[in-house]
Design a protein around this ligand. Sequence first.
Ligand code: SF4
Length: 284
Amino acid sequence: MNGIIPIVQIDTDITSALSTNDLEKIATQDYRQMSAYLIGKIPAQALLSTEELHIFHTEQQQAVTAQPVAAKKLVVVLKATRLCNLRCTYCHSWAEGPNQTKPNQTMRFDILARTIRKILAIPNIKHFEFVWHGGEVTLLNPLFFQKLLWLQQQFKQPEQHITNSMQSNAVNISDEWLAFIKGIGMHVGISLDGIPAVHDSRRVDYRGRGTAQRVAEGLKKLKQHSIPYGALIVVDRHVYQTDLREMFDYFGKIGLNDIEFLNIVPDNRIPAGGKIDENYITYA
Ligand code: SF4
């Protein structure tokens, strides 16, 4: 366990309550699992509100069934919130109207508990990867994540292996979030659209300002905290027309060497009589 990252936001009293068997189990697990394991040991009443406690106990009493699926590993992408600090031009999350005053923009605790329990009830899957998307997940309190990790630990079967990662726009990740992400050893996927000239034309904040500079600063902070990260890039005509050398030079400059590309999904809301035009990228 040399070079281990200090665990933060986990009550150290928990470790004193662990049996020798528990401690041996921890020693054989990797860091992420250990963090989740310790969070799972937090007493329910120390973590949940009275209402959440009631929801959790009710959930425990309900029957749950799930069919096997033909896979060894399941990757589950869940939208934790639709709230976002950006207003990307192609994004439907904010365009459909979420804002701080509308209800149900963030996954409620009862939905979270039910969803996690049902997913983990799939009988033949041993490895689950939960990928948490927004909106912007870091607009939530880290406590939201602590609770979901705790729920996973309550509902998982002993032989199941769970990992979590999150997607972020990396604009204004707070120090509290950085400490929490580091503490639980979570991988962060960064949303980025190539060189600043392209990125800033569509990944804008609510004042219409480009965000490339702030994303680069966000990456620097992740690196300083030794948080593992990669980038997800939405590819449309402007991105694929960018000079590749220029793009990869830029990625090198901002410390990005783990990159995935995602094709843009064309808007299907074409008016009657409308045509797919040059703004659409097809698979052909
Ligand atoms: S950061 Fe993501 S959720 Fe937010 S506006 Fe951009 S694409 Fe939408």
